[in-house]
Design a protein around this ligand. Structure first.
Ligand code: UGA
Length: 345
């Protein structure tokens, strides 16, 4: 099988290409702006990488969509700070650029696995979000945070419609707060623009306060990336075309925690880490209003738990890694990376 992965240097892309090359005989074509997360794969004979921009290298992309059996367009801005501060960039990249890819998949009859998101459920009131029945609930237009959810939802609907017309073989996946090594770039976290686990780790390393937005009572279910990749591999293999035309939540409902408890758990893991056991000083944990942290355009999701019956039933998939283990693996990987960067300086 020939697979095209756009955004292959991203958090999901790099973990996926490594797994594919280590465990299957498939050939992977990948594009990304950068290659800093791809040390493990760059020299592999079955990995063909082009450093480039999906908004510029359009001919390369079209040629490979035509040539490959499957496309995973993983290019997207996926941090809430960006939704609030740069909503048009989110629209242009996450929606416009990806729509072009979707249309080319239709044109060349290439199968697509498209990353939707847990964010499409928005502030849905349900205790567990179901792919085929939960309402998708967004806030008002001036709450710009929802532009990401809205872009992804509209693409879900476009892809679905092409599928209904028999023009596209597709699967939609909805990752729920995946965490693990290389989750976000360390520099992004230094500027306050990364997802919560990376942000808290960098705060701990820098002895800065950990900031709980609006008190940190909001909850998330964190999913270890390798569990998510297990599910994605089953979808790619698609035995009996079981994943065609389906939407899958890929999350770990057992790993639910409030942001506040997450902060205390991570700080304890950090304090017990061999590199930091004897530090004299640790980050304090403080509360900040969302207006001060993200700005007026932010609105939060108070609970977000996936129903995963669909993936259990159709794919026989079950997430395996509990929360303390997931956080420990993630923390250890970031601290090792920071140690490596410090030695390079
Ligand atoms: C994330 C992002 O939108 C995407 O990565 C993705 O599509 C999706 O959800 C997902 O991974 O499932 P969210 O969970 O809100 O959205 O993103 P985080 O930035 O990780 O924030 C989680 C929670 O921590 C939010 O309530 C946020 O307000 C809080 N937070 C974040 C803090 O309290 N302090 C911080 O320093 C950072």
């Amino acid at each position: 099988m020939k697979i095209l992965i756009l955004g292959v240097n991203g958090f999901i892309g790099n973990a996926l290409v490594r797994r594919i090359l280590n465990t299957r005989d498939w050939e992977v074509f990948g594009m990304d702006l950068y290659d800093n997360k791809l040390d493990h794969s760059l020299n592999h004979p079955r990995f063909h990488f082009l450093e480039g921009d999906i908004a510029i290298n359009k001919e390369w992309i079209e040629y490979h969509i035509k040539k490959c059996d499957l496309v995973l367009p993983l290019v997207a801005i996926a941090t809430p700070m960006s939704y609030v501060k740069q909503p048009l960039k989110v629209f242009e990249l996450d929606f416009e650029e990806n729509l072009r890819i979707v249309r080319q998949c239709v044109k060349y009859q290439t199968r697509i696995i498209f990353p939707s998101t847990s964010e499409v459920y928005g502030m849905s009131a349900e205790s567990e979000f179901q792919e085929d029945s939960s309402p998708l609930v967004l806030g008002p237009i001036h709450k710009q945070r929802w532009i990401y959810s809205c872009c992804k939802q509209l693409l879900d609907r476009v892809i679905w419609a092409y599928g209904q017309e028999g023009k596209l073989q597709f699967t939609l996946i909805r990752p729920f707060n995946w965490i693990g090594p290389k989750l976000d770039d360390i520099d992004a976290a230094k500027e306050g623009s990364s997802r919560v686990v990376t942000q808290f780790i960098i705060n701990l390393v820098n002895r800065e306060p950990i900031r709980l937005v609006d008190g940190g009572l909001q909850k998330r279910c964190f999913t270890y990336v390798e569990d998510g990749i297990d599910c994605l591999m089953k979808i790619i293999e698609n035995p009996g075309q079981v994943a065609d035309g389906q939407i899958f939540n890929i999350g770990n409902p057992h790993n639910e925690i409030s942001v506040k408890d997450l902060a205390y758990m991570l700080r304890e893991l950090f304090q017990n880490h061999p590199d930091h056991r004897h530090d004299q000083e640790y980050s304090e944990i403080i509360e900040v209003p969302h207006e001060d942290y993200y700005g007026q355009g932010y609105q939060d999701i108070l609970t977000r738990k996936p129903a995963i019956g669909q993936a259990r039933r159709l794919l026989a998939w079950e997430p395996k890694t509990d929360l303390p283990t997931s956080l420990k693996y993630t923390l250890d990987a970031f601290l090792a990376e920071i140690r490596r960067l410090n030695h390079q300086v």
